[in-house]
Ligand binder design. Sequence first.
Ligand code: C2E
Ligand code: MG
Ligand code: MG
Length: 681
Amino acid sequence: MKIMSIMQQEPTLSTRSISDAGVGRILDRVDVAVWIYDIDNSRIAFANSAALDLWKADSAEQLYARDLASDMTPTVAKRLKQYQNDFSQSDATFTELWTIYPNGKPKSVMVVYRGYRLEDGRMAMQCEAIGDVKDQPDNLRSAEALLHTDVMITMFSVEGPPLYLNPAARNAFLAPIENFSNLFDDPSDYQKVIARVEGVGQHRLVTKLRTVQGNRWFDLSLKSCSDAMTGQPAILFTAIDVSELKEARDTARHLANRDQLTNLHNRSYLQGYLEKLEESGAAQGSTIIFFDVDRFKLINDRYGHEAGDTVLKQIAVRARAALRTQDMVSRLGGDEFVVVIEGQCSRSSLESQIERLQSAITAPILHGETRIDTTISIGVAGYTDETTRFTDVLREADIALYASKQGGRNCTTFFNTQMGAAALERDQTEVALKKAVQAQEFVLHYQPRLDIRSGKIIGAEGLVRWHHPERGLVMPDAFISICEETGLIDELGQLVLEMGCAQAIAWRRAGLDLDLSLNVSSRQFSDPGFLTLLKELASQPGFPHGHIELEITETVLIGDHTSIAEKLRAITSMGYRIAIDDFGTGYSNLSYISRFPLNCLKIDRSFVDQLPESGPIVQLILTLGQQIGARVVSEGVETQEQLDWLIDHNCEEAQGFLIARPLALDGFEAFLQENTPTAGA
Ligand code: C2E
Ligand code: MG
Ligand code: MG
């Protein structure tokens, strides 16, 4: 290596008389060790005599041949690369305590280093050892730790430039840093820090700082101190980059607080939100609006689950847009949403907000080409002097929502105390029902079915009754809907089918030729275990194949027609017959009716009740039955005129109070004996 190359400038007139060799000799006579370190090759490219001594080398050649990478940790290697980069960008000089390893033995020296461009253009490092550091292990180690740590450690004058930056800080922050405040992305955080440090001497926070990699999150710990050199007040701070950690935590928090489908807040967030509202004392006067989509299951069944998702997402967007930003909108799950209107609000302003919400949501929703019309039912309750816990307010809003459902849906109900009493009764019934299902407190009553042409009783419909230990016989209208809502219907339905099949088998054994129809709720029909249960029952000895009819409602036929038809076929192939109950009241897509294996249509009581005015409709159903090969039964026949009309129009079967009310088993058997003395095999 030519000594000449150490001279970074052209030689001036006065030095031109000194040769390269002369410069070398001068450098060899200097006490300070000077060497050039080739960062790329991890080798020393030049050393004066003092440097040879320091590095414990016998000759320059021997020193230049040493590969210094072998004694170097990866962090040191990385730092040297960063310095190389710094030197390329500015004329920087650093003074640091370094530990070098001449022949593998550590030696700590204070080194000044600056950039030095080699002849081939690469950036190397010019090093001068300005002092030996005596062996004070703790000092050495702490200085070493300061140099190598990834934690940024800096000292700033309160309103001025940095007094000290450790290498990690130097690498992270955008140079030049003119002022401590320049580091902060959020000026208000800087103000807060200064106020706290001046006030209590220290502060800790997570904030965004400006770095060479953009704005990143740091965990800052700050302390007031004085500059050891000048005695001026200063701030010492350490900063740990927590961006990845914070992002992961924020994502986790977002996921935990949000509903994935609609991106609204979820149930657990709502709960926390209301708890905080109560703790802060701001809950008083606030209102909870609870709403759900009317017949949402029908939307899913009719248009598919994707369409159902579109409806929920649209509702979320519209609800958000219709309300004020400070109102909290959340989805509890399914089709249930809760809005919190914080603070006092007059009834009229509340009503107009709800009206806005309702009309926004009920505008038609498009799912692809399909237009879906939805309505919502709403229940409203507020924090009052008596109701101060969110669990109670939510419950009251839920009760009011239930009242909206009972009131025909698509409406709003404000909670009142009478509703509370009714709901309490309902809850008690629910608890009692659970026990009743366990204790099998149910019996079947039998309503005779009359074959109009022959005048014979050909069978019965089994109708469930609850033998309540205190209230006596309870009719199904008082408990079937509760069982459907709570899922108890699966167990109750099973009980009914078991009791019905056992009775039908007993009648057969007694030589009675009777058909028995049993009601199946739509929820029970869609239960995955339903087919298995039917199969088990049909495999009992003496099972009367072809004489047990399952009454389903039209809502069961909505949805994927192929799979419904398959299920119905599976049921009929086991030996059951299928009847559509309350026919004409639900949604019937007549074009599909012919695709299902239906044995019977039961005309709803409301049409029979309106005879002869409803004659055209009843006639239509009779014709339809003929077309698809199903018997037609008229339900709720109460008068001779109605029966006469049905006889005139060739209806096959009738059921109603005119013939007989539903009867307990012995009553039914007595009725049979009186009316069909010749019945039996
Ligand atoms: P449904 O299946 O349509 O049963 C006919 C209902 O009409 C019975 O009421 C019966 O007593 C009544 N009824 C029969 N003839 C007349 C009449 O001439 N005039 C009037 N006004 N009513 C008449 P019930 O027993 O109270 O049952 C009500 C509903 O409860 C049933 O309607 C059925 O939907 C449901 N249900 C009954 N038992 C069961 C069951 O075991 N499982 C299921 N899922 N539902 C059941
Ligand atoms: Mg029925
Ligand atoms: Mg019916």
